[in-house]
Design a protein. Structure first.
Length: 117
């Protein structure tokens, strides 16, 4: 099982980044996929998730209207489009897969996002 994030980096406040997560080794289409983040000195928090069927999304209040999560069940990919980035969005972002009936959950290794001028 692998979840491999990419797309992180340094961006100025107000800028945008698109994170990607490539999944392999499990039945991707049957898993709820999520993005979590962990800032220095803080606990890991849920940013957004997307259901396995229907592609319904939920967002933390802090990112609503700025972040958009999507998935491609053919390519086994999830994406996080992040717009209007703020310094408080600085964190390591992790891809996560969960199913209430199948094996897991699974975590990626994380990708660093730094928002700074």
């Amino acid at each position: 099982v692998q979840l491999v994030e990419s797309g992180g980096g340094l961006v100025q406040p107000g800028g945008s980044l698109r994170l990607s997560c490539a999944a392999s080794g499990f039945t991707f289409s049957r898993y709820v996929m999520s993005w979590y983040r962990q800032a220095p000195g803080k606990e890991r928090e849920l940013v957004t998730n997307i259901t396995s069927v229907g592609g319904f999304t939920n967002y933390a209040d802090s990112v609503k209207g700025r972040f958009t999560m999507s998935r491609d069940n053919i390519k086994n990919m999830v994406y996080l489009q992040m717009n209007s980035l703020k310094p408080e969005d600085t964190a390591v972002y992790y891809c996560h897969a969960h199913s209430p009936v199948l094996a897991g959950p699974y975590w990626g290794q994380g990708t660093q996002v730094t928002v700074s001028s």
